[in-house]
Design a protein around this ligand. Structure first.
Ligand SMILES: Cc1cc2nc3c(=O)[nH]c(=O)nc-3n(C[C@H](O)[C@H](O)[C@H](O)COP(=O)(O)OP(=O)(O)OC[C@H]3O[C@@H](n4cnc5c(N)ncnc54)[C@H](O)[C@@H]3O)c2cc1C
Length: 448
């Protein structure tokens, strides 16, 4: 080939590359997560209505991520490629013949799902603090509630329908494509776009919530006995207070309380803003908040009692810690906050989660307590998170994938004995890394 022709061919390829880049840049769409700490410039944001449209979009794209409700604090949805939302995807809710499992639309917010399930006579086995997440987003990150005998939402998943990188569709469960199923149970969206999830459910049930205040010392001393005698239990502990706000949920036959108002959120927002300008008030305000949260009871359909409103924006780190190490880890983290005089205004949240057998679950093989550490989104969270993360790691903890952590690929391999199995499936299913972004490519470098 003559030098001129090589030159022309290179010019032509460069022009084509620029054209493609220009086309993508023209469609740059900004995306932010719930707390505002993750910002992505996607080449396009699409909301397909049909599976066929979704297949075409995935097959044609260079890079793809799916966002549920964007409630993750780590950049696990971020992409400079195509960002998908499944909110408008038309998928049927389908109850299995045995009435123990239901195929659910993966993009539905949990609140929409629990309302639809209630109307059909079902409830989810367990739920977390809020019900805004897409069910696929929650399952993909091992989102959990609390309860000594209860696992994360991912443990309820019995099957997945996925659109893969080439646009093909596959269904997997314990019999069909069992390795893909095991990997998909907690996958951070690295295998493909989940369009339907087969979830284990329970006959519809009501819950009674009971709140009370007690000393931190007695809460930790009685923790085992309390956790054994309530279906769900957790406490909130403001680190400058000597008390905790305890919360339990138990199954009841009847009862319907009115929805709580938004008064507390408005007051809390004002308190957070006050601490932002006057950090030294944090300890006093924390003690006041602990006292202000009064004992109370309410009851109703499980899907309505599990979630709370979380309107004040925060940043969060959470580690799942072997249960026996939990109380000591909490006390050490509390003492660190006090020693450093960090102006934290949010409480620690202390929960319990059952062990499971999911390759990438932080509860894999270990019954855990879950300790969450929050900071008001407008204040410095990096310094206190760095300090407390060391405490949680020394206690043998593994982080919630969706919440702030600083793990490396080597840490993932050290902490997760089954990570290589996940890596092998990821590499087989998406060898070109269409579903990876920068953060996930680094964290799962062993699977490239
Ligand atoms: C106010 C608040 C309260 C919270 N409470 C709890 C709690 O009680 N317990 C707890 O464990 N966590 C909690 N979290 C964390 C939250 O549950 C997780 O971040 C969860 O992943 C968010 O769901 P999402 O729909 O917003 O997912 P996103 O953040 O949008 O996505 C999470 C992951 O799922 C992937 N994904 C989403 N949809 C699909 C799909 N259809 N196919 C393939 N991949 C997909 C994304 O690519 C990403 O990797 C809370 C977060 C906030 C902000």
């Amino acid at each position: 080939m003559s030098g001129d022709r090589v030159f022309l061919r290179r010019r032509f390829s460069a022009m084509k590359r620029r054209e493609t880049q220009d086309r993508e840049l023209k469609h740059v769409a900004e995306w932010r997560n719930w707390s505002g700490s993750v910002v992505a410039q996607a080449s396009a944001i699409e909301k397909p209505r049909t599976e066929a449209e979704l297949q075409r979009l995935v097959a044609a794209a260079r890079k793809v991520r799916v966002a549920g409700a964007g409630h993750s604090f780590m950049p696990i949805c971020a992409t400079d490629g195509l960002l998908l939302s499944l909110l408008d995807l038309e998928v049927a809710l389908e109850v299995a013949e045995d009435r123990r499992t239901v195929w659910v639309p993966a993009g539905w917010p949990i609140g929409k799902l629990t309302d639809a399930l209630w109307a059909l006579g079902f409830s989810l086995i367990n739920q977390g603090d809020i019900n805004k997440q897409a069910i696929a987003g929650a399952v993909s990150t091992a989102t959990h509630g609390t309860g000594r005998t209860l696992g994360s939402l991912a443990t309820a998943a019995e099957g997945f329908r996925l659109v893969l990188a080439d646009g093909s569709v596959v269904e997997c469960d314990r019999e069909r494509e069992p390795d893909l199923f095991q990997a998909a149970r907690v996958s951070l969206g690295m295998l493909g776009v989940v369009t339907r999830i087969k979830l284990k459910v329970l006959p519809a049930y009501r819950l009674k919530e009971t709140l009370w205040r007690q000393s931190l010392a007695s809460a930790l001393a009685e923790w085992d006995q309390l956790a054994d005698s309530h279906r769900h239990i957790e406490f909130f502990h403001f680190p400058y207070s000597e008390h905790v706000n305890m919360k339990t949920l138990d199954v009841v036959e009847a009862g319907d309380s009115p929805d709580p108002g938004e008064f507390e959120d408005t007051v809390f927002q004002a308190v957070c803003d006050l601490v932002t300008v006057w950090p030294r008030t944090a300890p006093t305000l924390q003690r006041m908040l602990t006292r202000a949260i009064r004992g109370s009871e309410r009851a109703g359909p499980a899907g309505r009692i599990f979630p709370s409103e979380r309107n004040v924006k925060f940043e969060e780190m959470e580690y799942e810690i072997p249960a026996a190490n939990g109380p000591a880890a909490l006390k050490e983290a509390m003492n660190l906050v006090r020693d450093k005089r960090w102006p934290i205004i949010f409480p620690f949240e202390f929960r319990t989660v059952a062990a499971d057998d999911i390759w990438l679950s932080p509860m894999s093989g270990t019954a855990c307590v879950s300790i969450s550490f929050h900071q008001y989104a407008k204040m410095d969270w990096k310094t206190p998170f760095a300090g407390v993360e060391k405490v949680f790691q020394a206690a043998g903890g593994r982080p919630h994938w969706a919440k702030r952590h600083t793990l490396t690929s080597a840490d993932v391999l050290r902490l997760y004995p089954d990570a290589p199995k996940f890596g092998a499936v990821r590499k087989r299913i998406d060898p070109g890394g269409k579903f990876l972004n920068d953060h996930l490519s680094e964290l799962f470098a062993f699977s490239l």
